[in-house]
Ligand binder design. Structure first.
Ligand SMILES: Cc1cc2nc3c(=O)[nH]c(=O)nc-3n(C[C@H](O)[C@H](O)[C@H](O)COP(=O)(O)OP(=O)(O)OC[C@H]3O[C@@H](n4cnc5c(N)ncnc54)[C@H](O)[C@@H]3O)c2cc1C
Length: 412
């Protein structure tokens, strides 16, 4: 890059201002590390994001990270749904494996918050971090300052031993110590970095939709593995839940073509009317199910965070939780390096981030794939195995405690 042009210099360039990119810039700012957030969307879409139908089950550790970033206090109590327990059903059987927290502690199993509320709060929290965020063409941000480049993408970049030189599609040249991809599981930045992924096309689509029902749900989530379909119910308000339905693409087309009345009757039937008649209160959203796990999380002056590193199947509700752990791990390593006057993107630092984040994510990724495989297979041996697992789970199976333990775990 020609040093005579007006080069913008930042510590970290982050591609993707989704919930993970926003929280990462926030965490860096608290360590006095400057960053640039680059997103193809306009800022207006981040100030007040539209609903995408996702209800995010947050672990206690995630709530603590969001609290440190001043995001949690921006989620109104009315927007947090406490989940007191979970039931796992198989087929038409009324038998359910029950997952509950320690009754003596009177603590919820987890907390559900709509994704657009998290994104709105994560964006709002940036406005009050130690320094102002700016869209102006500032070329020398102060300590911890966050520069915005919305409606922008990266055209090309090149890493050297000392920096990574980036060109945005506006033509602006940027020099950073580290380039971070947080641009979703379909990350084009990851591809440009030359990092391959293990990709799993599950061949199914997931529909999410808030529905009202006559019977209360007792703040209990349901996971229901029927034949040819997987259903879940996430408790939102006493008589309102987010319904999650997994079907083949062809079945999903038919489902979405139904009139509102026919849709309501169909979902009521799928749930065996166990909660009485159900009526949809929001537009349904559809997601093709693809899981990805990057072969590497780092490269020379490059790193992946959030779904760009690990795009989980939503069935175990871990994607954002793992992403939060990863961004705070990387921000802390960068903060320590900065405090000691060291390179914030040294190979040693990046390798350490990769090692720790892979250890934290690989077992859950593999377990989630195994669960998806077991519960979406309708052949007789799989059905028998499911029944055995659920019965064993109700009696003693340690996995039950593992699931509850993961949701309840705090970060200390
Ligand atoms: C139905 C569903 C339910 C879920 N439930 C849970 C749950 O209960 N618990 C949980 O922990 N997780 C859950 N997840 C996962 C969670 O939603 C994701 O892990 C999380 O949104 C990932 O955030 P992210 O910022 O990494 O990516 P994203 O939210 O995908 O954001 C990516 C950002 O990058 C921008 N971008 C993309 N490409 C470019 C580009 N080339 N240049 C510039 N910008 C770009 C986009 O505009 C966007 O702003 C669920 C997911 C789904 C689909």
């Amino acid at each position: 890059m020609d040093d005579s042009t007006a080069v913008t210099r930042v510590d970290v360039a982050i591609v993707g201002a989704g919930p993970i990119g926003l929280c990462f810039a926030n965490a860096l700012s608290r360590h006095g590390v400057s960053s640039m957030l680059i997103d193809r969307q306009p800022r207006s879409a981040m100030v007040d994001p539209d609903s995408d139908g996702r209800e995010i089950a947050l672990t206690r550790a995630s709530q603590q990270i969001l609290d440190k970033l001043d995001v949690w206090s921006r989620v109104e109590p009315a927007e947090r749904a406490r989940m007191r327990g979970a039931k796992v059903f198989d087929g038409q059987s009324l038998f359910a494996m029950q997952i509950a927290p320690d009754a003596a502690k009177d603590e919820p199993l987890g907390c559900l918050v709509p994704n657009q509320v998290i994104r709105r709060a994560a964006y709002a929290a940036l406005q009050t971090t130690t320094s102002q965020t700016t869209t102006s063409q500032t070329t020398t941000p102060g300590q911890g300052e966050i520069l915005w480049r919305d409606e922008q993408e990266i055209v090309r970049f090149q890493a050297s031993d000392t920096a990574v030189d980036i060109v945005l599609d506006s033509g602006e040249p940027v020099r950073a110590s580290l380039l971070v991809a947080a641009d979703s599981r379909f990350s084009t930045t990851r591809r440009a970095m030359g990092i391959p992924v293990h990709s799993y096309q599950h061949g199914q689509h997931m529909l999410v939709c808030r529905m009202h029902h006559d019977q209360p749900h007792d703040q209990t989530a349901w996971e229901w593995f029927g034949h040819g379909q997987t259903l879940a119910l996430l408790p939102v308000d006493t008589h309102c839940s987010s319904v999650v339905l997994t079907l083949s693409p062809a079945e999903m087309e038919k489902q979405l073509a139904l009139s509102v009345e026919a849709f309501d009757a169909d979902i009521t039937r799928r749930f065996d009317a166990r909660l009485g008649p159900m009526h949809r209160v929001a537009e349904p959203h559809r997601y093709p199910l693809v899981s990805v796990y990057a072969e590497r999380f780092v490269g020379p002056r490059q790193a992946l965070i959030g779904d760009a590193a690990v795009g989980m199947h939503p069935v175990t509700a871990h994607g954002f939780n793992l992403g939060l752990q990863g961004l705070s791990r990387l921000a802390d390593l960068i903060g320590d390096a900065r405090a000691q006057g060291q390179d914030i993107a040294s190979p040693w630092l990046l390798r350490r981030y990769q090692r720790e984040q892979r250890l934290a994510t690989a077992p859950l990724f593999a377990a989630t794939l195994a669960i998806v495989g077991l519960y979406t297979d309708d052949r007789a041996p799989a059905r028998l195995l499911r029944k055995a697992v659920l019965r064993a789970g109700e009696a003693a199976w340690p996995v039950k405690r593992l699931i509850a333990g993961h949701l309840m775990r705090s970060s200390d």
